[in-house]
Every structure is written in structure tokens, then in C-alpha cells.
Design a protein around this ligand. Sequence first.
Ligand code: FES
Length: 82
Amino acid sequence: MAHIIKVCMGSSCFARGNAKNLQIIQNFLEQHDIEAEVELSGLRCCNQCAAGPNITIDEVTYHGVDSGTLLDILEKVFQKKE
Ligand code: FES
């Protein structure tokens, strides 16, 4: 089943971490060769800037996502452990 990842690209989330987070997601998908299983898209500001950076994966929205928590989330969602 395909997964859907939506990264908030509004200026607040983008500046506070999602620019880097997007890169991390792309690297993760590439490394595990699962790009075809994932629909990755950017969102405009979803009015939750204070809680950002915000990333939604399969209908679950994660707040305050930094590079460390992002990897944990991706490993959990895709059940990949290094
Ligand atoms: S910029 Fe992401 S919620 Fe506003």
C-alpha cells in the first residue's frame, strides 16, 4: 500500500527545519529504494506554525519534527531499522 507524506513548506516550517527534513525524507526513500511506494508532496502553511515544523504521514500529523525524530518516525512507519 502506498504511503502519503506531506511536508509543510510554508515559510515558518520551511525555515525552522522542513527544508532539511525534506532532504532527509528523500534520502531515506532513496536509500531503502521505496520511492515508488510513497507519494511525497509539499503543503502550504496549514496554520499550525507555532507547533511546526509539521509533517503529515498517512493522515497522522507530527509536530516539532527535527532530524532525529523524523528518522525515528520514518523507521517506524516503514519498519526499516538500520
Ligand atoms: S508554515 Fe507550516 S503551519 Fe504555517
